[in-house]
Design a protein. Structure first.
Ligand SMILES: Cc1ncc(COP(=O)(O)O)c(C=O)c1O
Length: 417
């Protein structure tokens, strides 16, 4: 049987996109180009509208017998169900927590109680601390922690280096990033997950730096845990966590004992922020609006999400290559991660031979909003020999960025570097 033909990817309609982000109509932000998206993106209008509506009309305990509570409950269910169908998983395999860092902390507690004596886990030194520190602390409790290390020159995480760590069959969990928030190289998630599974381990993927560039098909990737942060993905300040059923039912419940039978409540000990969870349905509204504006109608949410993913990626790759070309061979600038746009997210960290923070200040005078520091990616930067006191300059964009923003950034870099 022939594979279905891939839908052609049209050019992204930037006016359509920007009309859906109120930030682009705020006078104080006009005339500036935003390059700190990896820290937190602008929120799209459907999210802001839903959040406001919840606070105005539905700010009561959801699911009660009266209309406002029913509407609020239905909206939180809608957020979970719609995001789940875009991610290719079941609705109860999606849960919300205060942040990705809080979510990994809870998951680490669950693994601590769920692992048998003699078990080991694998962590990387490419991860943001959120998908590293909470797991590494299990080492204090007698669990062996093995480090899968990056290449100190390129920051590359090689799957060939994972295989020996899995050889003795004692590893029960492999934690790694879809892409790091400083190296930005897109890791081959399905391949790594398959290696972990073949060795009898589960896989936990930090997708925080990837999801803003297009939601992944978590079902197809095979990850047992996939984490991302709504506030970097056009939404409110929530951590979104996919936990596949087989693992979620096996790990000890971390929520109230009487909620143990509800998968999406098992790893969220904090009471949910109902308004923000409900507002996450606005992310689905926005992605669907993007889809319907650019593609023929499609009933399957997973296919719609895949098309929007490709639409965003194509636009971002087109803008990213000139930026990489402009910085890759510059004197006294070290580009962290690959120089080919197709291999990475548009999160470009540069080590300079001087403190990076004053450079971000200088860029702000040219209308460039960006920042500098370690971005809680202390371990990868250290492993690559970057001076943490100097930090890196990070220039990160998403699909709502235009070619003129990148051109302005390149001109500004010429001035300040
Ligand atoms: C790659 C990556 N993982 C995890 C996190 C932590 O996310 P949160 O702020 O939701 O805890 C961040 C935040 O910057 C990140 O960039």
């Amino acid at each position: 049987m022939q594979a279905p033909a891939k839908t052609a990817i049209p050019e992204l309609d930037l006016d359509f996109v920007r009309a859906r982000f109120p930030a682009f109509s705020v006078p104080d932000l006009a005339g500036q180009s935003f390059f700190e998206n990896a820290g937190g993106s602008y929120a799209c209008a459907p999210v802001i509208d839903r959040l406001t509506r919840f606070y105005r009309e539905r700010k009561v305990q959801p699911y009660g017998p009266y209309a406002a509570a029913q509407a609020g409950g239905a909206e939180t269910d809608e957020a979970r169900a719609r995001l789940a169908s875009m991610l290719g998983v079941a609705a109860d395999e999606v849960s919300f927590g205060p942040s990705t860092t809080a979510n990994t902390y809870v998951l680490a507690q669950a693994f601590l109680r769920g692992l048998e004596p003699g078990a080991a886990i694998v962590v990387t030194n490419q991860d943001h601390e959120a998908n590293s520190g909470p797991w590494r602390r299990l080492g204090d409790e007698g669990i062996e922690v093995r480090e899968w290390r990056i290449d100190p020159t390129t920051g590359h995480l090689d799957p060939a280096d994972l295989a020996p760590l899995l050889e003795d069959g004692r590893v029960r969990l492999v934690c790694f990033p879809h892409c790091s928030n400083v190296v930005a190289e897109i890791n081959p998630v399905a391949e790594i997950v398959a290696l972990a599974h073949a060795a009898g381990a589960f896989a936990c993927v930090d997708g925080v730096s990837y999801a803003p560039h297009g939601l992944p098909d978590v079902g197809a990737l095979g990850a047992d845990i996939y984490l991302f942060s709504a506030y970097k993905t056009y939404g409110p300040h929530q951590g979104i966590m996919v936990i596949r059923r087989e693992l979620g039912e096996k790990l000890p419940n971390q929520g109230h004992h009487f909620n143990a039978d509800t998968l999406y409540k098992r790893f969220t000990p904090a009471g949910p922020d109902h308004a923000q969870v409900a507002a996450c349905a606005g992310i689905a509204d926005y992605f669907d609006a993007l889809h319907d504006h650019h593609f023929a109608p499609e009933a399957d949410a997973r296919i719609r999400a895949a098309r929007v993913h490709d639409l965003m990626r194509a636009h971002e790759e087109r803008l990213l290559q000139p930026l990489l070309d402009a910085v890759a061979h510059r004197n006294a600038v070290r580009l962290i991660g690959p120089a080919e746009a197709a291999r990475r997210a548009p999160t470009v960290a540069l080590a300079l031979n001087r403190p990076a923070e004053p450079v971000s200040v200088a860029l702000s005078r040219h209308g460039i909003m960006c920042w500098a520091g370690d971005f809680y990616a202390v371990r990868p930067l250290q492993a690559m020999g970057v001076d943490l006191d100097q930090g890196v300059l990070r220039l990160s964009f998403v699909h709502y960025t235009g070619a003129e923003d990148v051109a302005r950034l390149i001109t500004a870099l010429d001035e300040v570097l």
